[in-house]
Design a protein around this ligand. Structure first.
Ligand SMILES: NC(=O)c1ccc[n+]([C@@H]2O[C@H](COP(=O)([O-])OP(=O)(O)OC[C@H]3O[C@@H](n4cnc5c(N)ncnc54)[C@H](O)[C@@H]3O)[C@@H](O)[C@H]2O)c1
Length: 458
């Protein structure tokens, strides 16, 4: 079959894989290929056991894999054949040299730019899908055009706003698609080519176009705003615990103001995930670079409150359990950074497990999707941690349960049975406020929610 367009994505991770699957699903006339340097990952994309867990992803991949959706390690060939190349490689926080712990590590991204330049034989539209510091596309253009004057490259910015756990829904009905470009005739033509792809299923009024820098900065700013809401409500949760106010009631009262809105106002153990912290730190770094220290400090506060919230959770556990956790069995309900994903990158669970291990607690971790990643994250803790899929088994003989991830299944468990199997006095620390606290208290638990008065039997 002759395809109308040939699309490539370099980087088949949490963003590249689902995004390409959705384009292929919605556009059967296009050939879509996702390539990666990691052959194991590509092998999984080509198997029944996809490398990431995402509700609905299986169905989309199965519908088009082998027809117009392909996963491969042949990067060079992919570059040569494609007209449009998305770049969705990882851009973690730098861990070395200047800007360590703050700036984005652009080594993977730059390698990709050089590879595109070296392999391309014809005009390409290169689309930044990765989240990058503002002005990065300028560097990409310089790398691409240097020593390759024969070929014309257009660089577009098209940041991805999907959230893990709802990626398929977010890709299918996005709030908006953002495309940034230069204003030259050729750039506008390239931009229109990308608009046309999305217009196959996204209403035109939701596809917005801006200049390159606004597009790059909007992604960092959007993540900073989202994380800021979580830190805002979490900061108030600390005050609720001191004053007998109830964070759920406060959040409802605040959120009913239409200027504020109700979403992202759930107090919790803190945000995690590969993006929020990294993108805010990147924003902070950029502000400092441009001498905007007050702006940098404002956003840095969002990360500080998040760290504080995680520490506070562990300290509350320690205080509630008579100031010693040594030798006590503590069961973590959930390890993924949020529900409906197996991703544990920057999960509050990592920090909490480490702090508890530091207190010499014996840890049991249960999670329906994230145990494999948890094992890798906590490998150095060795045999002090056990991993069990069954939450009932995990809770057995524990002194305390700490809810780390808001998996729906934890609401529906038989807590009478769990209580009977635990060491007494039994504690529950609900780091997501998802359980029925009154009922747990009546069963016999000592219950410690976030931002609410604890319910204790002593
Ligand atoms: N995860 C999210 O929810 C999310 C949402 C929006 C945006 N983003 C951004 O998207 C980008 C990718 O994130 P992710 O979560 O998909 O990361 P990821 O680590 O899951 O995937 C990146 C992939 O790129 C591959 N890769 C790295 N260098 C390569 C190279 N030179 N050639 C080919 N493949 C290469 C890696 O092997 C990996 O499989 C990041 O910039 C991130 O900030 C992520």
């Amino acid at each position: 079959m002759k395809f109308e367009k040939n699309i490539l994505c370099i980087g088949a991770g949490y963003v590249g894989g689902p995004t390409m699957a959705m384009i292929a699903y919605k556009c059967p006339r296009y050939k879509v290929t996702a390539v990666d340097i990691n052959p194991e990952r590509i092998g999984q994309w080509n198997s029944d056991n996809l490398p990431i867990f995402e509700p609905g992803l299986d169905k989309v991949v199965r519908a088009c894999r082998g027809k117009n959706l392909f996963f491969s390690t042949e990067i060079e060939r992919g570059i040569q054949e494609a007209e449009i190349i998305f770049v969705s490689v990882n851009t973690p926080t730098k861990t070395f040299g200047s800007g360590a712990g703050m700036a984005a590590d652009l080594q993977y991204w730059e390698k990709t730019a050089r590879q595109i330049r070296d392999c391309a034989h014809s005009r390409k539209i290169v689309v930044e899908k990765s989240t990058l510091p503002v002005k990065t596309s300028l560097a990409m253009e310089r790398i691409l055009t240097d020593a390759n004057d024969r070929i014309h490259f257009d660089v577009l910015s098209n940041p991805e706003f999907l959230a893990e756990g709802t990626a398929i829904q977010d890709l299918e009905t996005p709030d908006r698609v953002l495309i940034g470009s230069h204003e030259t005739e050729r750039a506008l033509e390239a931009r229109e080519a990308l608009v046309q792809i999305y217009a196959n299923w996204v209403p035109r009024e939701k596809i917005i176009t801006t200049n390159l820098w606004s597009s790059e900065l909007s992604k960092l700013a959007a993540n900073a705003f989202l994380a800021q809401r979580i830190s805002s409500i979490n900061s108030i949760s600390a005050l609720c615990e001191k004053t007998d106010a109830d964070i759920a009631e406060v959040a409802k009262a605040i959120g009913m103001d239409s200027r504020i809105g109700e979403k992202f106002l759930r107090a919790s153990v803190g945000f995690g995930g590969s993006c929020f912290k990294k993108d805010i730190l990147n924003l902070v770094y950029l502000c400092r670079y441009y001498g905007l220290n007050e702006v940098a400090e404002f956003w840095e506060g969002v990360v500080r409150i998040n760290d504080y919230q995680k520490s506070r959770f562990v300290l509350n556990m320690l205080n509630a359990m008579f100031n010693t956790l040594a030798g006590k069995r503590i069961c973590l309900f959930g390890f993924a950074f949020k529900a409906n994903t197996g991703d544990t990158r920057e999960s509050p669970g990592i920090f909490i497990a480490r702090e508890l291990a530091e207190e010499r607690a014996e840890l049991v971790i249960t999670d329906p999707e994230a145990l494999e990643n948890a094992r890798v994250d906590l490998e150095d803790l060795g045999k002090d941690v056990s991993y069990l899929v069954d939450p009932y088994e995990a809770a057995e003989k524990s002194h305390a349960i700490a809810v780390i991830t808001e998996w729906e299944l934890y609401r529906a468990l038989d807590y009478d049975r769990i209580y009977r199997s635990m060491t007494k006095p039994a504690f529950i620390f609900d780091g997501r406020n998802i359980l029925d606290h009154r009922k747990l208290f009546e069963i016999g638990f000592n219950v410690f929610p976030i931002g609410k008065t604890p319910l204790t039997h002593f």
